[in-house]
Design a protein around this ligand. Structure first.
Ligand code: NAD
Ligand code: MG
Length: 298
């Protein structure tokens, strides 16, 4: 689909030709090798200048939802820093290259956010490269399934907690040193915050924590004019799912549980992140926007 064709079509049919398939990639996975290929808005996201001149840091911006947010932010006029893991360079360069090709600014900073020192370095480098920071999108995440709760090892738990929760605390603490009134922080939670799957209890725990973090921090920062919100996606076709994020058999019916009866595409998440970053959402504080194809949650 290209944005010339963007029509008021039937949302149950949009992308319904794209079905999940059994496949396995080693962590952290690449969009390059995802089958079918996902839509990050390359052809389908149309910007309208809503983030002109803003400076954004997006963790996990190389692939999946983060890549769609990076493309959308750039087309809305923002300069972006994309953080990713070194082994994801191919994906990061594709997204960065696309943005630069369109005349935008995209700076790539590789590194593992499970390390406190790297988080500090990431924010410092981002501020340096962009000349400041107005938007932080905490999006990087780790999800690996375990059929049996007692099989979650200490290392598994540590990786999930560090990536999804600790890094969010650390990067946000560092970013706040540079953010002023009108800045926005957008976290990525999940439908898993409300409807946890029994095979990803550690992951679901972190996603519920992100909702709590968002509400609490939003209350503290509102008087400084900094808004904090979260987007809670439903089942979206990304590398996260094929790097043991789901059991193989669940990949084939991925997303069919939603009211629309299909999985979501990363580009379908992007407008919520754009809305929460733009001044159009000035009265939206501590909120969770559910973008899940119809999985009613609180
Ligand atoms: P994805 O694999 O494309 O993105 C996750 C990114 O996290 C990776 O690209 C990687 O760069 C980054 N990452 C992981 N560990 C890291 C580390 N230690 N250091 C630095 N970066 C690291 O998958 P996605 O589905 O787009 O995931 C993005 C966010 O969306 C995650 O927070 C995920 O929990 C959330 N989410 C996804 C879904 C879904 O169905 N795909 C649903 C709800 C929420
Ligand atoms: Mg990736």
């Amino acid at each position: 689909m290209s944005f010339d064709q963007l029509t008021f079509d039937n949302p149950a049919e949009r992308y319904s030709h794209l079905k999940g398939k059994k496949q396995k990639q080693p962590l952290p996975g690449l969009d390059r090798d995802l089958d079918p290929q996902a839509d990050h808005g390359e052809e389908s996201y149309r910007g309208t200048g809503r983030l002109q001149g803003r400076k954004a840091l997006i963790t996990g911006g190389d692939s999946g939802i983060g890549a769609a947010v990076a493309i959308a932010y750039a087309r809305e006029g923002a300069d972006v820093v994309i953080n990713y893991l070194e082994s994801e360079r191919t994906d990061a360069e594709r997204i960065g290259g696309l943005i630069e090709h369109e005349g935008g600014k995209a700076v790539l900073i590789a590194g593992d956010i499970r390390h406190r020192d790297f988080c500090r370095e990431l924010v410092a480098k981002a501020v340096d490269a962009l000349g400041g920071l107005d938007i932080l999108v905490n999006n990087a995440g780790h999800q690996v399934f375990h059929e049996d709760f007692t099989d979650i090892s200490e290392d598994d738990l540590d990786r999930t907690m560090k990536t999804n929760v600790y890094a969010m605390f650390w990067i946000t603490q560092d970013a706040l040193q540079h953010m002023g009134p009108g800045s926005t922080i957008i976290n990525t939670s999940s439908v898993q915050s409300y409807k946890p799957s029994p095979v990803i209890i550690d992951y679901a725990t972190t996603k519920a924590a992100i909702v709590g973090f968002t509400k609490g921090l939003a209350m503290q920062l509102a008087e400084q004019g900094i808004r904090v919100n979260t987007v809670a996606p439903g089942p979206v076709w990304t590398p996260l799912q094929v790097t043991e994020g789901q059991p193989q058999e669940k990949l084939e019916s991925f997303g069919e549980v939603t009211a629309l009866g299909r999985m979501g595409q990363p580009v379908e998440m992007a407008p919520a992140y754009v809305f929460l970053a733009s001044p159009e959402s000035s009265y939206v504080v501590g909120e969770t926007i559910n973008v899940n194809g119809g999985m009613p949650v609180p």
